[in-house]
Design a protein around this ligand. Sequence first.
Ligand code: ADP
Ligand code: ZN
Ligand code: ZN
Length: 673
Amino acid sequence: MPQCILNIALDTPLNACFDYRWPCADGARPQVGQLALVPFGRREVVGLIVGVADTSTVPADKLKDALAVRGQLAPLSPQWLALAGFAADYYQRPLGEVALPGLPKNLRVLTTVALDRAIKKLAKDASVHDGTPLDMPRLNEAQQRAADAIGGARGFAPTLLYGVTGSGKTEVYLQACAQVLAREADGQILILVPEINLTPQLEGNIRARFPGVMLATLHSSLSEGERMLHWLAAHEGKARIVLGTRLAILASLPHLQLIVIDEEHDPSYKQQEGLRYSARDLAVWRAWQLGIPIVLGSATPSLESWHHAQSGRYRKLELRERAVKNAVLPRVKLLDMERDRPKDGLTSHLVAALKLRMERGEQSLLFLNRRGYSPVICCESCGWISNCTRCTSFMVLHKPEHRLRCHHCSLELRIPRHCPTCGNVDLQPLGRGTQRVEEGLQQLFPEARILRIDADSTRRKGSAQAAFDSVHRGEVDILIGTQMVAKGHDFKKLTLVGILNPDTALFSQDYRASERLFAQLMQVAGRAGRAAQSEGGSVSEVLIQTRYARHPLYDAVVNHDYDHFAGALLEERAQAALPPYLFQALLRAEAPELATAIAFLQAAQACLAHPAITINDPIPMSMTRVHNVDRAQLLVESASRPALQAFLKEWLAALRDMKSRVKWSLEVDPLDI
Ligand code: ADP
Ligand code: ZN
Ligand code: ZN
């Protein structure tokens, strides 16, 4: 029987692919890019064929037979394999660990028969929307210029669409998409959005605009069955628009012609566990590889993208005005909490502004990026505070549930009746989270319809969407929420945004904190005044309660001055030699004892040197202990990306050879350090 050797990537941390034997009757060989079922240890697993050969260097008696090849699935394209290969190489992970988790689970576990049935169902998939297309609104001049530039671009053309909040970036994407769909007979478009709670609005919009065009969505709240159908629709080229969150960047799209990254600055494009990739960065590589246009849109671009736009590597298109006629950017004011002392967390000025909106039937939004009732409870007589016993953090008071919760290890306790140290029964909440602000508002405005939106209030599937819908329908007077409410939403009746407690981020050790705070404030401020100002209606306002009213960051927010602020930050970064002028990787280690983790990092620090690389000393992570594990980190830096990449490859091999029992991981281009 003629046979061949399949080289197969498997989802294991072992940095290698594996050879298997496969009988090739009548000369028909499996193809690279197909999936195969193979024995691995005591299990049977699905792997990806990355090579087909006549011989193997593995001795014949050690070679095992592959069990099946998934013939009915078209092979993944060489371009897709190259994308997975690039990601594996760049983020220093085995190919199998990158390529296989990117595929729907069902493809990997289902038997051949079940897979067939899935594929048949797809043929009948009803995700094509019938009807006449909804009219495209007339674009304003700046929008039209942007849509034409994006839709008409050929070859690798990265564009930064820098448009103020409410400038109608979505409309630009959609009309650029329309141009591409009309021009490229079976062209596909990938649209990435940061978070799934923003997608339904956009999804509905796309369906209404492009009837007859199949849309597939890819995000983590799909069921496995749905995910597989949508993934296959993209893989087979049937879905012409794929809308998804960061994981969709690894979708198989054989006819990809355009990539859109909405809110490109958003940290959720960065995967924060396992393969810590940046979907935005991979998207730019993918567009380069395929020689297609990509557009990165934001009102507050990341400094990385802004830097590329300034240096001419990306083309910059600007939308300086709001798209809706007579809608203008809100007036931003700072409320000095030293002069106007807050009661129940609210200054008298903010209370008066809320009252005015209530009287006029307009909506208000209060933004506080801290959920729970209070971040800690304490005993005033002996000084006890509610520390988590497993983490370097506090137990947060959740009053409606009568619980203390650690947001890092999920430890839950009943609220103690008395102080565990001295027995005092009068334990006090310290500080303020969204639940406490909600409680204060209810007392202040008993007649108001108040809605809180945060991770706690939206635990049930679909409840976030229901909550946003009720805001859109005007059933809410005052909305209070965390960063969940800050992004993307087009709330038409909102004319007041109050921002509580943003000061802490001003003094963070993290050098990215001010970039992030600025973006967050601009985004949440951007929720106000999105409709035309009605006659007799309020001027839309953003009120920021602060103790540091003179801080230059707030000055930039007041003036809606991203350009200037970004320029100043970039200058600081250049002077301090920080990204984007420097490239970094972070080695993390964790162990039950901090000393063990540090010792491992010290060994790692000593094991390899390179003149173009700086290896800093190991330090405990700022939140050192989580769930009874101590964590430390070591930062590696270089002014040259290729030098860093080359160093990391060699270094990781050396680290693996150390065979330490300490759990460690490497992150390239870390966001949080
Ligand atoms: P952004 O994403 O830039 O914050 P959106 O795309 O959400 O802004 O658009 C803001 C609002 O402006 C939406 O309600 C949208 O329907 C509206 N809009 C966009 N373009 C136009 C246009 N050309 N004419 C009228 N309204 C528009
Ligand atoms: Zn006490
Ligand atoms: Zn904890």
